[in-house]
Write a protein that binds this ligand. Structure first.
Ligand code: SF4
Ligand code: SF4
Length: 128
């Protein structure tokens, strides 16, 4: 089952780790407008984004943490902490049936975002 490495610059997200890692166990990439096919990266979003708001919010996010990946990442230098990716953006060239992404790596952008809509899957490319 393909699943890309995830690099992320959204440092305002509760799942974000220094170095551009994502500590979530799974992320959902969606079209910003439900039912509308994305034609550009800006029309996609990381729905798993959750704004970091101090300690209460950090604790609230602990049910979606890739603890195994974190432990491995700490012991094996260079080994990435990375979530699995579920993506419904079927207008993307990397999209595969079953809501999979077959890119080797994806880049999630939207530094300083305060809501999901301000994040993008920068790796999106249109099928045509
Ligand atoms: S915005 Fe998405 S990819 Fe980035 S850290 Fe948050 S959940 Fe992970
Ligand atoms: S590269 Fe395409 S298929 Fe992969 S997560 Fe981004 S939008 Fe979805």
């Amino acid at each position: 089952m393909p699943s890309p490495d995830v690099k992320c610059e959204v440092n305002t997200c509760t799942h974000w780790l220094p170095g551009g890692y994502c500590s979530a166990s799974n992320i959902d990439i969606l079209n910003e407008e439900v039912g509308q096919m994305s034609e550009t990266a800006a029309q996609t979003e990381c729905k798993t984004f959750s704004e970091r708001r101090g300690i209460a919010n950090m604790l609230g996010s602990l049910d979606n943490v890739n603890w195994g990946g974190l432990a491995v990442g700490m012991f094996l230098r260079g080994n990435q902490v990375t979530p699995t990716v579920t993506c419904v953006v079927d207008s993307c060239a990397y999209w595969e049936g079953g809501n999979l992404c077959n890119a080797e790596a994806i880049q999630v952008t939207g530094r300083g975002a305060k809501e999901c809509q301000a994040t993008d899957c920068h790796t999106f490319i249109t099928k045509e």
